[in-house]
Structure formats: C-alpha cells, structure tokens
Design a protein around this ligand. Structure first.
Ligand SMILES: Cc1[nH+]cc(COP(=O)(O)O)c(CN[C@@H](CCC(=O)O)C(=O)O)c1O
Length: 401
C-alpha cells in the first residue's frame, strides 16, 4: 500500500478554513466575515485603480523581462519599502543601517526574520501578544524560536491590558524577542496609545529586549500611512535595533501576489551589510529569490508622486468604509436594543472587530444565519456592506438574547 498510508488528515486552518466552509454553503444569504480581505460595498474583492495603472505601465514596457531577481529581491522595492515604514527622513536609512530583503508577503517576512534570529540571535524566546494572529506561533515554532505569551487584551474592558503587558515584558529574560503589531492589532483591534507606546519602548530598551514589528495594515488603521507607522518610528528614532515585517496584501490589495519585505535596523552600516549577507543564506535554500510582478507594481507606485498620492486616496477610502461599517453595525444593534455594551465596535480600529461572542454563539450564527467568522468571535468589518449589516445585527441579536 501507499508509503503515505498512515498520514493523518490535518484540520483546516482556523482562519483560511472559514472561507473553505463558506464556499461550501449554498445559502443565498451567506456572509463571509472570516478572512481579513477587503470587500467593496457590493461585496466584491477590490483591485485598486492605481494598481491597474501600474500593471498597464509594466505590460506596455518593452524593456521588461522575466529574469531572476537577486536573492534579496527588487532593489527599488526594498529601498522604497524601508522609506514607507521608517519615513523618508529616517536617520537609520540615511546612515545605511537598514538591511531590507523582499519576502513572500507578511508571512514570508516573519518567517525569514524568525529563521535568521534562530540562527544568529542568542535568545530564542519570542514574546507574542495574547491573543495574536493565529499563524504567529506556528511561523515562529517552525523557524526554531520558542513562543511565549504576554498579556495584551482585557476581556472585561475589551481594551488593552496595559499593566499585564508591562508586567509580562518586565519579567521576560533580558534579550528576549518581542513581537509587536505595528497597528490594527489582529484579532482585537486594540492598539496602545502614543503615550503607552513610549512606555513600551522605554521598557523594551531598558531590558535590552529585541522588538520585532509585524506591520500588515499600515494605512489601514487610521487611513494615514505615517500615523500607522509611528510605533515603529519611535523605536528607530532612539537608535536601537529592531526588525520589521511588511505586507502589501491589504493596504495595496496585493493578497495573492505575495509582496512583502523584512527590514533589520542595525547599529552600523557595516553590521547591516553583514546581516544582509546572512539573510541571503536563509533565503537561498528556502525559495531562492522572490516573485517579480507584485514587487514591480509596488515599486512603480511608490516611486511616482502622482501614483503614490492616488494610492493614499484609495487607501483612505478603504479605511473610511470600514469605519462606516463599524458605526452602522453599532447603530443597528442599538436600534434592536441588543443586550450588552457594543461600544467596542466603534472604539476598535483596523480591519477586525473582536466582538466578545463565544464559540457557541459563533456556531449558532453560522448554523442559523450563515455568518462565517473565526471561532474566537472576530469579524472582518471589510466583509460587511450597508446591505448586509442588518443581517449580521439580526444574527448577533439572536445569539445574545
Ligand atoms: C498581523 C498579521 N500579520 C501577517 C499577516 C500575513 O499576511 P500576508 O501578507 O498575506 O502573508 C496577517 C494576515 N492575516 C489575515 C489574512 C488571512 C491570513 O490569516 O493569512 C487574517 O488574519 O485574516 C496578519 O493579520
């Protein structure tokens, strides 16, 4: 019989598996609020106009070829990505202290960074928020790091457990790695305030912890690319080291192009160049070099003033639509007199609302109302439209009364 006869059937992914279940449902009123992917008011995926314009330029450019990229990826893309997150005036960039490599979107950037740290960094504990994106612990474990949790979300207040966060990071061993969501925390939608970020920075620097930022939603939380990068920039401004993983999946709608970058901010240009040389040894045996198309789209947009401005306008429109969905859902529950305090729906930011609904209530909403969402009660606001808000509000109302 087959050499794979005793392979066990693996469970579906807690997030991506929701779409699998949604696709199997034939109900005309089904609603997919699982995967964090933007949908328009008509419920359709969105390809940004500026992305289509960039693709047209690329297609019509006779000089474009399909040669291998270097192991580190498209050089223009790397420089422009570092500028986007650290700021055009970043001293770290001006002093050549940043090693940036193009990776396979956010996940690939996190994985390459984790593999690099497992091989070259003296500590393999990585402190991740409780809760966090479901794939984080798996990415870090597979890379050889050992995930630990730090308190982050307070179910009582549905806000940040700031004291718990400070206590857990204070008791972490000095030198431990700390994963930080740059903005729009997934799944809670709860971010530290500017003042709290400064306290986190002081604690991390005083204990010599190593910050590893995951920036998957820059521009999506507030609609401003600069505002959403402030947490990263206060760390870089103090001259210390940090890692930052970037994704263009959401803010440029390039989900399936798998476009991202890992940057490692070092103390000197010499260290940065040695770090980059070692990153190449991680990447080469993993996937050798990254895909050319998505990175070319991003570079085309970021290097052109008009296209960059058009992108910021489309990005703000996406962020604003999500914010209006928050208000409409909150109003719909208030109009129904749904029991409970639902103000967290309009306080939280980014793509997701952490509703506080438990697994039984989620299962009920899927069974009776064909609402698809992750079992931890997270809903992707981007999957909602004015047309479908009443259906979701009916489902939540029924689930809690
Ligand atoms: C915090 C975070 N970090 C990294 C990623 C990776 O994204 P990518 O650039 O595509 O590799 C995601 C996507 N998470 C949403 C998309 C689906 C997924 O889980 O993946 C989500 O949580 O729905 C995140 O939410």
């Amino acid at each position: 019989d087959s050499v794979f006869a005793n392979i066990a059937k693996a469970p579906e992914d807690p997030i991506l598996g929701v779409t699998v279940a949604y696709n199997k449902d034939s109900s005309p009123i089904k609603l997919n609020l699982g995967v964090g992917a933007y949908r328009t008011e008509e419920g359709k995926p969105l390809v940004l106009n500026v992305v289509r314009r960039a693709e047209q330029l690329l297609v019509n450019d006779p000089s474009r070829v399909k040669e291998y990229l270097p192991i580190t990826g498209l050089a223009d893309f790397n420089k422009l990505s570092a500028k986007l997150i650290f700021g055009a005036d970043s001293p770290a960039i001006q002093e050549n202290r940043v090693a940036t490599v193009q990776c396979l979107s956010g996940t690939g950037s996190l994985r390459v960074g984790a593999e690099f740290l497992a091989k070259h960094y003296h500590q393999n504990s990585i402190y991740i928020p409780q809760p966090t994106w479901g794939n984080h612990p798996k990415v870090f474990t597979m890379a050889g790091l050992s995930p630990k949790y730090y308190r982050y979300y307070d179910p009582e207040t549905r806000g940040l457990n700031f004291q718990g966060l400070l206590e857990d990071l204070s008791s972490a061993p000095s030198g431990a790695i700390v994963l930080l969501h740059a903005c729009a925390h997934n799944p809670t939608g709860v971010d530290p305030t500017v003042e709290q970020w400064e306290q986190i920075r002081q604690l991390i620097r005083s204990k010599g912890l190593l910050p590893f930022f995951d920036s998957a939603y820059q521009g999506f939380a507030s609609g401003s690319l600069d505002a959403d990068a402030q947490s990263v920039r206060i760390f870089v401004a103090d001259g210390g080291e940090c890692l930052a993983a970037q994704s263009y999946a959401k803010n440029m709608g390039l989900y399936g192009e798998r476009v991202g970058a890992l940057s490692i901010v070092c103390r000197t240009a010499d260290v940065a160049s040695r770090v980059e040389s070692q990153l190449k040894l991680v990447i080469r045996p993993m996937y050798s070099n990254p895909p050319i198309h998505g990175a070319s789209i991003v570079a085309t947009i970021l290097k052109d003033r008009d296209m960059y401005n058009e992108w910021t306008i489309e990005l703000k429109a996406m962020a604003d639509r999500i914010i209006s969905m928050r208000q409409q859902l909150f109003d719909a529950l208030r109009d129904r007199g749904t029991p409970g305090d639902w103000s967290h729906i309009i306080k939280q930011i980014g793509m997701f609302t952490f509703t506080g609904l438990n697994t039984e209530q989620v299962a009920f909403m899927t069974k009776e109302y064909h609402i698809y969402m992750t079992s931890d009660g997270r809903i992707s606001m981007a999957g909602l439209s004015s047309r479908t808000v009443p259906h979701l509000a009916d489902a939540i109302h029924a689930a809690v009364t």
